[in-house]
Design a binder for this molecule. Structure first.
Ligand code: DGY
Length: 433
């Protein structure tokens, strides 16, 4: 149990981190390692900012959506200012945009965050929210057109970075089909800032760069990418997050009287809800990654598998399976929720997405658990997240085995999740509402 003095200290520290990472209209995930605006980092961070500055929280989303491409895509990085220390920078992506951006997207949490903000913050938000809903509708339509051109009801990623879960073991097999022989030499910057044992391996980076080069060689042309990209994978995290985002967009469009957006989002959602079943593995007893290029279903579970509960209503039998597997995972580690199955040989408790716990994934899964009638399990995730932050401060992620922090320090979305959800003061507020 975290005492009131520690709570007050951590509340103040979290606010201080968010203010220090504020570049004026957008917030960097952390200084040094990620010095620009990242898509889902930024949206999730807005929840924390909303706890002390409502206007600034809305700006975070407005700024992100202002970098939307003409085709509707909202990019994963916006390079608002010049910075030498990051690789791969604008010159590698060659997006042809002003401001420069990367050429790929990231999990579309923004609609969900807009709905949280609209419900959490007092006042009439229609003037601000209406243009956002138009932009979100165009982005979601881009997912349907560019990433599911055959209409099978699951969207593909063309790069592991699009999933936001960069080096998940799920990508190992599909990446093995990507030719890296022409990649050439490059200098990684991340491992100059963070212990290499906590980051993806060089072998993974060769593949990441081969896919960046593929995209820029076809000028990020979505049809060519869908037809020819050597990495074309449907995974449960991205698809569950999009399903939830469409659901939240429908609700917002009805609330703000935009019926045509509600109709379009409802159609897309029906297709996604139906298509999600293709990711179910009877062997793993959960949702897993489907390599669409090689028609191969992965049979291992990751934290993305539980995001199905956040994505939408799950049938009772499957929801029970999820809960019992989650409880089994819990017995193998000290802090939930590991990003990959702790019983699998590929599990690595401190290497980025091959094992560590991430605060914002815990929030999403806790939200899904609470909505499926498991508030006790949701509370446990908040307890674990708070205990990790108390032990290791606002790190990028944490070992589920030791609680040690990894990756970047003073991390925006960890601070945001503390303020909005895991801090005892946030939880007290929710209880009294
Ligand atoms: C990085 O640079 O490591 C990011 O995860 C890519 O978005």
């Amino acid at each position: 149990m975290i005492n009131p003095e520690t709570t007050a200290r951590l509340d103040a520290k979290a606010q201080q981190i968010l203010r220090a990472n504020d570049k004026g209209g957008y917030t960097v995930p952390t200084k040094g390692l990620y010095p620009f605006q990242w898509n889902w980092d930024s949206a999730l961070t807005a929840l924390g900012i909303a706890c002390f500055d409502a206007d600034r929280a809305w700006q975070e989303i407005e700024k992100l959506l202002s970098a939307q491409w003409d085709n509707g895509m909202v990019p994963h990085i916006v390079f608002w200012q010049h910075e030498e220390g990051y690789f791969p920078g604008p010159g590698e992506w060659q997006s042809g945009r002003t401001p420069p951006t990367s050429g790929i997207t990231q999990p579309p949490v923004a609609a969900t965050i807009v709905r949280q903000l609209a419900n959490f913050l007092p006042g009439d938000h229609s003037a601000r929210v209406t243009p956002m809903l138009h932009a979100l509708d165009r982005w979601h339509q881009w997912f349907a057109d560019a990433r599911d051109p055959d209409g099978r009801g699951v969207v593909a990623i063309m790069h592991p970075w699009e999933s936001g879960r960069d080096n998940l073991p799920d990508w190992d097999a599909p990446l093995a089909h990507v030719d890296t022989s022409h990649v050439g030499a490059f200098l990684r910057r991340d491992t100059q800032l963070v212990n290499a044992a906590e980051r993806p391996r060089n072998h993974d980076y060769d593949h990441y760069m081969a896919l960046v080069q593929f995209g820029r060689n076809c000028q990020w042309h979505v049809k060519t990418i869908a037809e020819k990209c050597p990495f074309w994978v449907a995974e449960p995290g991205m698809n569950a997050i999009l399903r939830r985002a469409e659901r939240d967009l429908v609700a917002l469009a009805l609330q703000f009287n935009l019926p045509s957006i509600a109709t379009r989002a409802t159609h897309r959602l029906a297709r996604l809800d139906h298509g999600f079943n293709q990711l179910w593995s009877d062997i793993a007893k959960g949702y897993t990654t489907l390599d669409l290029r090689n028609n191969k279903l992965e049979h291992r579970l990751s934290s993305g598998s539980w995001l199905s509960l956040y994505g939408g209503p799950e049938n009772e039998e499957r929801a029970e399976i999820h809960c019992s597997t989650l409880n089994r995972w819990r017995q193998q580690i000290r802090f939930a929720l590991p990003s990959f199955d702790p019983g699998d040989p590929a599990f690595d408790d401190i290497r980025y997405w091959r094992g560590p716990v991430w605060a914002m994934i815990n929030w999403m899964i806790a939200t899904g658990l609470a909505e499926h009638g498991h508030p006790d399990m949701a509370d446990q995730l908040a307890d674990d997240t708070a205990a990790l932050i108390d032990q290791s401060a606002f790190r990028e992620y944490f070992s589920p085995v030791t609680g040690k922090g990894g990756g970047g320090k003073d991390f925006s979305w960890t601070a945001a999740m503390w303020l909005y959800w895991a801090s005892p003061s946030a939880r007290q507020k929710t209880e009294t509402q």
